[in-house]
Design a protein around this ligand. Structure first.
Ligand SMILES: Nc1ncnc2c1ncn2[C@@H]1O[C@H](COP(=O)(O)OP(=O)(O)OP(=O)(O)O)[C@@H](O)[C@H]1O
Ligand SMILES: [Mg+2]
Length: 371
């Protein structure tokens, strides 16, 4: 870590202590405990432990402190994440000068794994995941999100695929999100509020982000987007069971995950891994979707089972999870995706759109039960 990151970490601690001193009654940040300050290349991540029940009330104070940190010299970006209280953490009021550390060491210990918190204003977060790439997660995320919006829900769509964001293309949306105050406003498209790294940086440059930058970007999405009031935030995850999935599950209360798989064995093995990952982090699995289930020839209507058929249903049963339904392999699902006009919106009566609507109805019921 560079010297300037050291200096920033100390300044951040002092600033937070100042905030708390002003708040002598302990109504807002005075009641928080500092769980960690992480500074890398001017990117600041602060974790504050708070009483879960008061997270919403603390939001204005959190934002104010985040803004103040962002204005400190040398800070490129600041994120304060509130996590559920931990008894062992040090109160903010006792600022510690940064302990002497070897040059290679980090500014502060990595914050302990925090407890997940709700996103203010967002009733449910639903993750769309798969163990394997290219099985249609993004296609499913976009179309399920549009389908849920058509059912009358207020829906947000977050592209958590930092390496390869695909939502701008699939939504046909390339406007830069507006920034109001210290928050980004999602773009409105197809009745959704959407946010993607692809809207913030060129798609090619997003591809080269690595490690901590990625975590920082996910944190920023989680903390610095003003989603407004949402019934559900659909999160399109990158393939696999890596850091982004972990960050999401540690930071945010996820109501449930939808696992997308193609019918063949190789994809199912990966789907199983994704299911296990969510079970391990105690996120309920809403169910499994079989995508590219049966190929329907657009000319003659003949149905061929190119990747097999029914594998995901059998696997869901084996794993004790709900089978949510099948999406056939259809030319117009692919072409509408590429054209930036999701099929559920562009051709709501088509076979593909109806398949997505049926699954969305099941999911909407599951979400309702969770209220
Ligand atoms: N049911 C379907 N019928 C036809 N084409 C489909 C279907 N589902 C997805 N596709 C196409 O398959 C390709 C991959 O889909 P998509 O990008 O949604 O997958 P992904 O799982 O999000 O990929 P990645 O792992 O790279 O994020 C896209 O060209 C998409 O249009
Ligand atoms: Mg994708």
């Amino acid at each position: 870590m560079s010297q300037s990151d050291d200096t920033i970490a100390l300044a951040v601690r002092r600033l937070l202590a100042g905030f708390q001193a002003e708040d002598a009654a302990g109504e807002t940040l005075g009641s928080a405990t500092l769980e960690g300050v992480l500074v890398r290349d001017g990117l600041v991540q602060v974790t504050l432990g708070v009483d879960r029940a008061r997270a919403d009330a603390l939001e204005p104070a959190r934002r104010a402190a985040e803004g103040a940190i962002a204005r400190l010299p040398g800070v490129a970006n600041a994120t304060i994440v509130l996590t559920a209280h931990r008894a062992s953490a040090a109160p903010v009021a006792t600022p510690q000068p940064a302990p002497p550390q070897p040059a290679s060491h980090q500014a502060a210990a990595r914050p302990p794994a925090p407890k997940p918190m709700p996103i203010p204003g967002v009733a449910h977060v639903m993750a769309v995941a798969s163990g394997k790439g290219g099985v249609g997660k993004s296609t499913v995320s976009v179309n399920l999100a549009v389908a849920l919006a058509r059912l009358g829900l207020r829906v947000g769509l977050m592209d958590a695929d930092i390496y390869g964001p695909s939502l701008p293309r699939m939504l046909g949306e390339h406007r830069r999100p507006e920034v109001r105050g210290d928050r980004m406003i999602p773009v409105e498209a197809w009745g959704l509020r959407a946010m993607s790294m692809g809207l913030l940086v060129e798609e090619d440059s997003a591809m080269i982000w690595r490690g901590p930058m990625i975590m920082g970007a996910v944190q920023q999405f989680l903390g610095q987007v003003n989603w407004g009031e949402l019934d559900v935030l659909v999160v399109d995850l990158p393939p696999g069971t890596g850091d982004i999935q972990l960050t999401l599950s540690q930071r945010v209360q996820v109501s449930g995950a939808v696992i997308v798989s193609t019918p063949q064995d190789i994809a199912l093995i990966d789907a199983r891994r994704a299911v296990r990952m969510f079970e391990k982090v105690e996120i309920p699995v809403f169910g499994v979707i079989e995508n590219m289930s049966v190929f329907c020839c657009p000319n003659c209507g003949h149905r061929s089972e190119i990747f097999g058929h029914g594998g995901a249903r059998a696997e869901a049963q084996r794993l004790g999870h709900v089978f949510l339904g099948e999406i056939p392999l259809l030319l117009d699902v692919r072409s509408t995706s590429d054209a930036g006009t999701p099929i559920v919106a562009a051709a709501p009566m088509s076979e593909g759109a109806r398949a997505f609507m049926a699954i969305a109805e099941t999911l909407a019921k599951q979400l309702k039960k969770k209220h």
